[in-house]
Design a protein. Structure first.
Length: 206
């Protein structure tokens, strides 16, 4: 399956926000923060053009899709699934995105970035309720327990996260050492990332 493998900083600079692709506190992350206002390319964007409503909607969709590390087909599928549910489509979309296994691992502070979490899952280092799961898009449910394999626990980035004393996990999960659990379903208010889901709804409703 095709996936972007180029410089991750380029994507963040294209959207003008930190997409969480670099480990917080790293040299690469600090470098990104200094250059967020500069567009991609050697000298950044040459002048600014007025962006249409469609362009604004497209950029928001692209931003969130890249934030969660998804392809267009995957992202559209989750949107269509959210649209079928009663209630607020945008809130349901965010909930489904947050329930992805790779994102849940990231929210449990068992991986420094979603990209790292996705790789850990794909390499079969993650167990859900004792069963190995290698699909990053797997939908984690309430009361599911997530653990790592012996090899997974030896990954340097993971060991560093587990050894961190002042961990910060999402309010809808809990973690004790290398074991995490989804204590309730994620809510829109739990997500503090810069996301305007209404623009995404408008984009797909055109």
């Amino acid at each position: 399956m095709a996936r972007y493998t180029g410089p991750k900083n380029r994507l963040s600079r294209r959207e003008g926000v930190d997409l969480g692709m670099k480990t917080v506190g790293s040299h690469a992350h600090a470098q990104l923060l200094r250059r967020l206002t500069i567009g991609p390319g050697q000298h950044g964007a040459k002048g600014k053009r007025k962006v249409s409503d469609y362009g604004v909607q497209l950029r928001e969709k692209q931003k969130v899709k890249r934030m969660y590390g998804m392809l267009e087909r995957q992202f559209r599928k989750i949107f269509e699934k959210a649209k079928k549910f009663k209630g607020n489509t945008g809130e349901q979309l965010i909930q489904f995105l947050e329930q992805r296994l790779d994102n849940t691992l990231y929210r449990m502070a068992l991986a420094p970035t979603r990209a790292c979490a996705r790789q850990i899952v794909s390499h079969e280092h993650v167990l859900v309720n004792g069963k190995k799961v290698s699909i990053p898009s797997y939908e984690v449910k309430k009361d599911d327990v997530i653990t790592l394999s012996t090899k997974g626990l030896e990954i340097p980035a993971v060991k560093k996260m587990i050894d961190e004393k002042n961990i910060q996990v999402a309010p809808w999960v809990e973690r004790k050492g290398p074991v995490g659990k989804m204590v309730r379903l994620p809510q829109r208010a739990d997500v503090t990332d810069d996301i305007n889901e209404q623009l995404i709804i408008e984009f797909y409703s055109r």
